[in-house]
Design a protein around this ligand. Structure first.
Ligand code: ADP
Length: 717
């Protein structure tokens, strides 16, 4: 290294020259500006730059000269000598200078020739003519040396810009290297490369590949910086051997890792470039870098002061990244800033719109966007689900209300209200409307909210409908109120009796016979209460799907005989006769014995309850040769309970299995009940793999039937 100090004015001139050369003005203008700037530190009379159309053969010379010039011709002696020696050369000569008064003055002049040299190659020659008492100082020489690589680059650029036929590209390799030299050209070329809008994960690999191309690095990688998570994500690598890759992707070849570790992380956090010219001489990074790598450069691509990506270039050659290569790498990173900013914005918008469409598509409310004419622009899956529509039915020309009305007309209770709702929306586009809608087959309670939508200029674009299915909520509300009224009624009746009779018993002495009767009543009412509590608990367990079924092989003959004998003794069955109709060879079922008893008891009790004038009740068991519609396949036993009671009308027959459903007529009113029994029966039968159904004729009687699967070994018969 030279020990000659460069003074601040020299440094200033170097940087001013670099700036002047980097502008987009014509080549000659920029060279003239450089000559002008150099006058601040170098005393010279005039100057000349010589370069060639073909820098290889030094053919076809071209010149740029200073404006002010000595009135003395230039010759090519100095240029020839400089090109031959690839070193500075100076020649002293005498010239005759014409004075303004007409006299001619002989003067000694020195011509200083300085090669514009890069990689042992002379791209041009700078000449300065000074008087013999005005030699070039060593610092002047250094100043010129400092700008020669830039001049070389600009010369290359100027040649490249010449019309094609003038170029004689006889050495393609040199031209390729020379292209790398040209920062301005590089930047403009990169801008073109990076011009088409690219998403982040396509842009970053392209930046990496350009970084490698323009610096001659053997390998490289590029990472994306995730500031939220304080992590870096490996987006692309190039040229690493397998043994080198873990250095980049972490111990377990992860693609993401904390920015606290590694060189990329350091650059990501600090947003400052890092150049390791020769790893072995750099204690800080020696241990962080794989032995094969000798030089490394890591450059942040900074958007608004934040490193959004880091370009890492590696070389197996020590000192592979000199000033030029570093400048190239910086140039690549610089050119990537705008495209990266754009890619990040695009990414953000993409993420937002993805998030939005995820929300749109997964929300349980039906959503539909319509334009001002009612044309559907977009709808979500819940929209189709709620209305029970198929995807194909809502095509590109689907309009509300017309198309919706024509598809759903049979289901509307009040289609006029729906039409009005739509007409209002069109007549008053800036207002919000809400409609509660009832549909039938199946029953649905819907709420449709219609709100105006606006564009970014607050102009109304159409409407957004939000459709909520309130069927379940309404059903839950109905169940809650039915439950409250049932419980209050059914609890109150036995409690009143229990309290009344116990008060009586406490108030005074009764004859033994009366006491016994009162206690019987107390006992019956307590039993009623117990049944009620059991029903409520069973109902709750079925609803919550927590019923435990212990299925076993259950012989029905024995179970039914035993049960009917037991029930027959109860007061409820005083006026009834239970008849059994069960073949001896009826196969056992695969079921929970206690639950089967509960089901049959329930049906027999209902038969007695709803045949108030007494009569026959038949409990029939058969192996079914034919199963009802929609019944699961297999071998089943059918069990039915037939009474000759009040019967059930056809419209009520559909609903008796529903929770809290009680047929509302004068007969049933006088007969107590919760409306839970049959829904529990249905739940328990279905849990054991069977089905329930009923047939009935009003005032004639009813038959309640259910099935149970025949136990395994018998199904194989
Ligand atoms: P509950 O008997 O407690 O009212 P269930 O769920 O057992 O409740 O029965 C529901 C309704 O079905 C009864 O309220 C009654 O109207 C009707 N029902 C049930 N069994 C019979 C039957 N054997 N004959 C006539 N109606 C019946």
């Amino acid at each position: 290294m030279s020990t000659i100090p460069l003074t601040p004015p020299h440094l200033h001139v170097i940087s001013a020259c670099a700036k002047a050369l980097a502008t987009t003005q014509p080549f000659n203008t920029r060279i003239e500006q450089v000559f002008g700037l150099l006058r601040a530190v170098i005393i010279y009379h005039d100057g000349r730059l010589t370069y060639w159309r073909d820098p290889q053969s030094h053919q076809n010379p071209m010149h740029v000269m200073t404006n002010a010039t000595w009135n003395a011709p230039w010759d090519d002696d100095v240029i020839t000598a400089v090109v031959a020696s690839v070193a500075p050369y100076q020649k002293t000569t005498t010239i005759n200078i014409a004075q303004t008064n007409g006299e001619v003055l002989a003067k000694t002049m020195i011509v200083h020739g300085i090669p514009i040299r890069w990689q042992q190659h002379v791209w041009g020659v700078l000449e300065f003519r000074t008087a013999d008492n005005e030699p070039l100082a060593p610092a002047d020489q250094l100043t010129i040396d400092a700008i020669t690589p830039l001049l070389a680059a600009e010369i290359d650029h100027a040649i490249a810009a010449l019309p094609d036929e003038l170029i004689q590209p006889d050495d393609q390799a040199v031209l390729t290297i020379s292209k790398h030299l040209d920062l301005a050209q590089l930047l403009s070329r990169l801008r073109q490369d990076f011009d088409p809008p690219l998403p982040l994960h396509s842009l970053l690999p392209l930046v990496l590949s350009r970084g490698i191309d323009y610096t001659g690095a053997e390998a490289g990688s590029i990472v994306y910086v995730d500031h939220d998570r304080q992590e870096i994500e490996l987006v692309a690598t190039h040229g690493y051997t397998v043994s080198l890759l873990p250095d980049i992707s972490g111990e377990h070849k992860r693609h993401r890792w904390s920015w606290e570790s590694g060189i990329a992380g350091k650059v990501a956090r600090s947003a400052r470039s890092l150049l390791i010219r020769e790893v072995t001489q750099d204690v800080d990074y020696f241990y962080e870098t794989k032995p094969e790598i000798r030089a490394k450069i890591a450059i942040p691509i900074t958007v608004d002061g934040r490193a959004e990506a880091v370009l890492i270039l590696d070389s197996t050659r020590a000192n592979a990244f000199g000033d030029n290569e570093s400048a190239m790498a910086l140039g690549v990173a610089e050119a990537a800033v705008q495209p990266l900013r754009r890619a990040l914005r695009y990414q953000e918008m993409l993420e937002r719109s993805t998030q939005l469409s995820q929300v749109f598509n997964s929300i349980p409310s039906g959503l539909v966007l319509i334009d001002r004419h009612g044309q559907v622009l977009r709808h979500n899956p819940s929209f189709l689900l709620i209305w029970g529509l198929h995807h194909a039915q809502v095509n590109a020309n689907f309009r509300v209300p017309f198309d919706l009305l024509s598809l759903l007309l049979p289901r509307f209770h009040d289609s006029a209200a729906f039409s009005d709702f739509c007409t209002n929306g069109q007549a008053k586009p800036d207002q919000e409307f809400s409609l509660n809608l009832k549909l039938r087959n199946p029953h649905q309670d819907l709420n449709v909210l219609s709100v105006p939508t606006r564009d970014s200029n607050e102009q109304i674009t159409g409407r957004l409908w939000v459709i909520n299915d309130l069927t379940r909520e309404k059903e839950a509300d109905r169940l809650k109120s039915e439950f409250t009224s049932m419980v209050s009624h059914e609890l109150k009746t036995p409690l009143t009796s229990i309290l009344g009779y116990s008060d009586l018993l406490l108030a005074r002495e009764f004859p033994a016979e009366d006491q016994k009767n009162f206690l019987k009543i107390l006992r019956r009412e307590a039993e009623n209460l117990e049944n009620l509590v059991n029903d409520v608990l069973d109902f709750a367990r079925i609803e919550a799907n927590t019923v435990r079924i212990n299925r076993w092989t259950v012989p029905l003959q024995e179970l039914c005989t035993d049960l009917s004998r037991q029930l027959q003794r109860q007061p409820t069955f005083d006026a009834h006769t239970i008849t059994l109709d069960i073949p001896i060879d009826i196969p056992p079922v695969h079921a929970d014995k206690e639950r089967v008893r509960q089901i049959i008891t329930n049906l027999l009790t209902n038969a007695a309850k709803y045949a108030p004038s007494g009569g026959d009740i038949t409990l029939r068991v058969r192996e079914l040769s034919e199963l009802p519609d929609m019944h699961p396949s297999g071998r089943f036993v059918g069990i039915s309970v037939t009474d000759n009671g009040i019967g059930i009308s056809p419209e009520n027959l559909q609903r008796i299995w529903d929770r809290f459903m009680r047929v509302d007529n004068s007969n049933t009113k006088s007969i107590g009940g919760t409306g839970l029994g049959l829904s529990i029966v249905k739940g328990l039968v279905e849990l054991q793999g069977g089905r329930v159904w009923a047939t009935s004729v009003v005032n004639k009687g009813s038959t309640f039937s259910f099935t149970l699967p025949i136990a395994g070994e018998f199904t194989r018969k």
